[in-house]
Ligand binder design. Structure first.
Ligand SMILES: [Zn+2]
Length: 105
């Protein structure tokens, strides 16, 4: 059974509801207790967020635009490749959301 599909009970006995929390502007899935407000983070997501945060500190998530032939190229840092399970040759789509560029599989 997938961890994210578990129906969790809080220590206080309250039911827990799935949430998407934000940790250092990284989305992390988790649960919140409807009774006492206790939050639990999905361990896989929490681990991924830590990896991204580590990579950020080492500046591994800062990329430069490069020109290859007639295209402009940005690299996808390894922690993001792993977190999003991107594969070489996979098609991704750019979207513009306000002032943000969003890259989605
Ligand atoms: Zn609780």
């Amino acid at each position: 059974m997938e961890f994210e599909n578990l129906k969790l009970k809080c220590e206080c006995g309250g039911d827990m509801k799935k949430i998407t929390a934000e940790w250092k502007s990284i989305e992390v899935r988790g649960w919140i207790c409807l009774k006492c407000g206790e939050e639990i983070l999905n361990p896989a997501d929490a681990q991924m967020a830590l990896e991204i945060e580590k990579a950020r500190k080492r500046n591994l998530l800062t990329v430069k635009l490069r020109r290859v032939g007639k295209s402009n190229v940005v690299t996808v840092p390894q922690p993001i490749m792993e977190a999003e399970k991107f594969k070489e040759g996979q098609e991704l789509e750019w979207r513009i959301e306000g002032r943000k560029l969003v890259l989605t599989p």
